[in-house]
Ligand binder design. Structure first.
Ligand SMILES: Nc1ncnc2c1ncn2[C@@H]1O[C@H](COP(=O)(O)OP(=O)(O)OP(=O)(O)O)[C@@H](O)[C@H]1O
Length: 805
């Protein structure tokens, strides 16, 4: 795409997408067929072919699938059960500019044009007698061309490089006048089509203007470099409203003001793919909140939770050097005077498997490398610490460092932060001892005895270090790792483990220690941030949850992450499309419905009982003889007719997510869902002379003894019984959605402009695919054609009073 020579031709074709990634899905479950058909999110099929002249001739079908027809499915399995109601003023996503004159206020329109398909801006350009327009090339990129002549159905156009082409008029898309280059709200574009939006975002991106409004949504494009947009001067300017350009600061400012003015809790919901910039955006929002609501000192503590959580919960992946492997909701509480008086952090599903298993080129959690590189000599001695290369868990992925990151320095930052959140020196040492115990556990090896049937733990430095660090008897440790106590009838028997079982037992212990440590740390942080007495009950929550993931091989972790993203997308749809339009219809307004991709079908695929993915997974997990293969077969047997599901060969299946199709390999699903830690291991921890392992054991026992709801998992008599991981996660997500429902949402959509984490590289195909997935164009369309503001009489009166005083 090019418009003026000032914009570097940094675009790359859609080929830059992962090979297995397919854009969006439709009702039929198909995306790109062998005929070259491509379906857009709204369901409008665009038939494409590549003519000899290299131009992509595009035919836009009038057929529009009404995916929004089924507006709401409220059932007992929905987090919105019992909440069926009209959109309250509080629930509307804030456009951040209700008081601002600068936001264009179009009248609600019911014109013929608004009833046309969402691609109505693609009306043949020549017929409008315009001189320039967008032409899509066969590589998928858009080029700005000038029309030389037009003969009704065909036009002769010139490309920027001087080439002249004859193309069908349908392949031309309206371009905006130059005066609209780089507008800061996409709502201001006269022609709202994909190339215009892509061009506008790129135009701004090239000038370090990484933020753009899309109606009520803030689009943030990751600059992958330092941009001069932050710091005290900017904070001050946004506070005084002397700058109005879109920014995380502006969104956060709106949230604070609306919380005080409307007395309604607010949420800032940050979404996007892995590496798109969610965590950085969350930190920028926290920075602004701290600057405006600070004073008591608690804001400093809140900011210091970031290095701790990132050290323990983030790791290097192939997509992001600092990828969050957990979800996070931080709720910041305010006093009556608008000052921060405390905070609470809730975390979701830490990726435990990373502790014991890591792909080539990735890293485990940062804290392991930081500890190895930065622990002072006395601590090293106490923990018998070596360098990262000496630990098998860290060695397997063959990656120890991150370009531009000094792990030793980061370790000092973490130690300082632990101090700030009041983790005592003694507790800090216990934390490091647990980390070292996990690392040494990975080095525990076994020798096979009894004709290769059973194993013995090798009594070497690894085993001795683990026993010392956990504070347990070495013989107990050996037995725990190589045998399993079972109850058969009334008899207690001891079963000797095979090599693979012993390795599993060892890894399960390592994973449990680490995840308990993570939970314990969050608990301590929460105690330190506990809300003060002057609490008003008003809060701003910032949600930074792992983005949609689609790899070559997708496992249970991606399954859960992508399910969470479906739930979040539903929240987005609900507030930006469903509730808004429902209200117009209820009020009897003559309203032309804006189509959007409703992901309710996909959510149903996950959540329906008894034949949804989660229920079937739980059911299979409770069968002692259930395997990943029997689970995969069960899915195919029951779900093959579901349009969002496709059975694949062997143990795999495909889910058609709102963001694309993902093939899941069920290997390890059952084990990860059961997440069993044998009672022997729990007993080992409770026999410890150190306080942290004892606490972890108590925590595990409480989890297993009193399940709240949902299926229990047990395999063998003496094993722990507990809620399945998927069920627990679903419960957490439902609670999260209910919490978010009581807030005014502010949405930030982070966009990753390239997969190389490089500054200045804007891949058109990649950006477009993300914009389509999150429905940015539809949001702008609905905001443009909808009412700019609405409020109840009561609220109007309150606002007037607020304005007067
Ligand atoms: N506003 C920004 N300014 C400068 N660099 C940024 C900005 N936002 C993101 N980045 C860069 O992009 C990297 C990835 O961002 P971030 O970790 O926030 O992504 P994410 O969406 O949270 O990813 P994940 O889902 O994997 O956790 C950051 O480490 C940083 O280098």
């Amino acid at each position: 795409m090019s418009k003026t020579s000032s914009v570097p031709p940094a675009f790359q074709s859609i080929k830059s997408l992962p090979p297995n990634f397919k854009v969006a899905n439709n009702l039929n479950g198909g995306l790109s067929s062998k005929h070259g058909d491509v379906r857009l999110k709204s369901g409008d099929p665009i038939r494409s072919s590549s003519p000899a002249n290299g131009a992509l001739v595009v035919e836009v079908s009038k057929e529009v699938h009404d995916r929004a027809g089924n507006m709401d499915v409220f059932d007992e399995d929905s987090p919105y059960s019992g909440q069926v109601r009209l959109l309250q003023e509080e629930d509307r996503p804030s456009n951040g500019g209700e008081d601002s004159e600068s936001v264009p206020l179009p009248l609600p329109s019911n014109s013929a044009s608004s009833r046309e398909s969402r691609w109505s801006d693609t009306t043949p350009y020549a017929s409008k007698k315009k001189v320039q327009c967008w032409l899509q090339l066969s590589n998928g990129n858009w080029e700005l061309v000038k029309i030389i002549t037009s003969s009704g159905s065909e036009s002769v156009v010139s490309l920027p490089d001087g080439k002249v082409l004859k193309v069908h008029d349908e392949s031309l898309v309206s371009a905006n006048p130059d005066i609209l280059d780089g507008v800061d709200d996409l709502m201001q574009l006269s022609y709202l089509n994909e190339p215009s939006v892509l061009y506008n975002l790129q135009y701004r991106y090239n000038q370090n203007m990484i933020y753009t409004k899309a109606g009520p949504v803030l689009v943030a494009i990751n600059p992958f470099k330092k941009v001069p947009l932050y710091g005290n001067d900017y904070i001050e300017a946004y506070k005084r409203k002397s700058i109005e350009s879109p920014h995380v600061y502006a969104i956060t400012d709106t949230a604070i003001r609306e919380m005080i003015r409307d007395e309604v809790n607010q949420s800032i919901i940050i979404s996007g793919e892995s590496g798109a910039g969610k965590t950085e955006t969350a930190k920028i929002a926290m920075q602004y909140l701290a600057a405006l609501g600070g004073g008591s000192g608690i804001e400093y503590e809140i900011l210091k939770t970031n290095p701790i959580l990132e050290a323990f919960g983030n790791g290097k992946t192939l997509r992001n050097d600092n990828s969050s492997r957990f979800g996070k909701l931080i709720e910041i509480h305010f006093s009556e005077t608008g000052k921060i008086c405390g905070a609470n952090i809730q975390t979701f599903l830490l990726e435990k498997s990373r502790v014991v298993q890591c792909n080539e080129g990735e890293r485990s959690y940062h804290i392991f490398y930081q500890l190895c590189a930065g622990a002072p000599p006395s601590l090293r001695d106490k923990l018998n610490l070596r360098s990262a290369e000496d630990y098998k868990y860290l060695r397997q992925s063959n990656c120890y460092s991150i370009v531009g990151v000094n792990d030793a320095e980061e370790f000092r930052t973490v130690m300082e932060a632990l101090e700030v959140v009041h983790i005592s020196k003694e507790d800090q040492e216990s934390v490091f001892a647990m980390l070292a115990a996990v690392l040494w556990l990975g080095n525990v090896s076994f020798t096979v005895i009894d004709n290769e049937n059973h194993v013995q733990a090798v009594e070497d430095e690894g085993l001795l270090s683990v026993a010392k660090l956990i504070g347990c008897d070495i013989e107990d440790l050996k037995l725990t790792l190589t045998t399993r106590k079972m109850k058969v009838g009334n008899d207690n028997i001891v079963q000797k483990l095979k090599l693979s079982q012993a390795i599993d037992a060892r890894d399960a212990l390592a994973k449990s220690i680490y995840s308990c440590l993570f939970d314990w740390l969050v608990e301590q942080i929460n105690k330190s941030l506990a809300v003060g007495k002057r609490r008003t009950g008003r809060s701003i929550s910032i949600l930074d949850i792992y983005g949609f993931e689609s790899f070559n091989r997708n496992s249970f972790e991606q399954f859960c992450i992508n399910y969470a993203n479906e739930r979040l997308q539903q929240h987005f749809n609900r507030h930006l499309f469903k509730l808004e339009q429902e209200e117009y219809i209820q009020d009897g307004i003559d309203w032309a419905k804006v189509e959007f991709e409703d992901n309710q079908d996909c959510l149903n695929l996950f959540e329906k009982k008894p034949l949804g993915l989660l229920s079937l997974l739980d059911e299979e997990s409770t069968f002692p003889n259930g395997t990943d293969l029997t689970f995969a077969n069960k899915l195919k047997q029951h779900l093959n007719s579901n349009s969002c599901f496709k059975g694949e060969r062997d143990k795999a299946f495909t889910v058609c997510h709102y963001a694309g199709e993902v093939i899941y390999d069920t290997t390890g699903f059952l084990e990860k869902n059961r997440d069993l830690l044998h009672l022997d291991s729990i007993q080992l921890l409770s026999s410890s002379t150190c306080h942290l392992p004892q606490k972890f054991a108590t925590q595990m026992l409480t989890q297993t003894e009193k399940p709240a709801v949902g299926p229990l998992h047990k395999s063998g008599g003496a094993d722990s019984q507990k809620l399945s991981v998927a069920t627990k996660f679903k419960g957490q997500l439902f609670q999260l959605m209910q919490r978010l429902e009581s807030t005014t949402p502010h949405f930030i959509r982070c966009i990753k402009p390239n997969n190389l984490q490089s500054p200045g590289l804007y891949e058109q195909g990649l950006v477009l695919q993300q914009l389509r997935c999150c429905g940015v164009l539809e949001v702008v369309r609905i905001s443009r054609s909808g009412f700019p503001t609405r409020m109840s009489h009561q609220k109007f009166a309150r606002r007037m009073i607020f304005a007067w005083f």
